[in-house]
Design a protein around this ligand. Sequence first.
Ligand code: ZN
Length: 294
Amino acid sequence: MQRLDSIREAVGNDQIDKLLPTLKATEKQIIFVCYNQMGNPNIRNGSAFYTEKEMLENNIKIIVYMGTTEDKQYVAVETERTPAGSISMNLTECMKLEHAMCDIIGFGSALIKFNQRFSYCPCCGNKMKYGGFGTHMDCEHCKNMVFPRTDPCIIVVVRHPTEKKCLFVRKSIMPEKRYTCVAGFLEVGESVEECVTREVWEEVHLRVKNVKYVTSSGYPLPGANQIMLGYEAQAIDSEIDIIPGNELCEAFWVNEEEVKQAINESKKPNPEGKYTVPPTYIAHQLFQYWVNQM
Ligand SMILES: [Zn+2]
């Protein structure tokens, strides 16, 4: 979602129970994005959007302002009951949905989970209160203020040192024949470029150079609110070595034709042969970027 303003500019710094009346006072349509008590979206016909009437019928427990676009205002809502005709899906399942829908669902889920998990102050243990319509939590006892956190992760498409090839990897937990890029969390005190170099070394024992930023993706994946920072890097060596017991079970070089084919297969409902993660994943976009550079 392309957000045009912050909460303060949109509706002022007011109390949570005044959110809906304040939003209604504007001309813009209010979209309710609905979640269950786990922070997972309730989906009906590929959408997590509901009307105010439906939300009130199912008892709103948490409501958080998300943002305003040119013609709409979005709020994330946790309801006590699942709206009629909808099912709760986890965020991984949601990545099959349309890209713009994934974007909004992921953002709202991060806000709802934040509100669910920080009802008590991590410093003094007292009950916390909504600040800024649920976009942060305040402790009146010790004056602690908590904002939703984002954990930086790198993801990198690795080029072969001499040939027109790039690296495909597969984690043991991923389906067979589905490939992605090397990825991992930034550690404290590390630069993003150092993180890229370390992760490639740890996962496949290749040294890299020419680490360059390509793109980013803000999808919060299950369990963590991540910002994925997409990079490219050139391998210095070509001999891959996976450490036994490591999270990867496969890593190998693929040529341009194989990458193109895997990208195409990933767009089919039932891919055949090697395929990449779906187009909504940043790894897919990095492989496409690599092909475009050829
Ligand atoms: Zn406190």
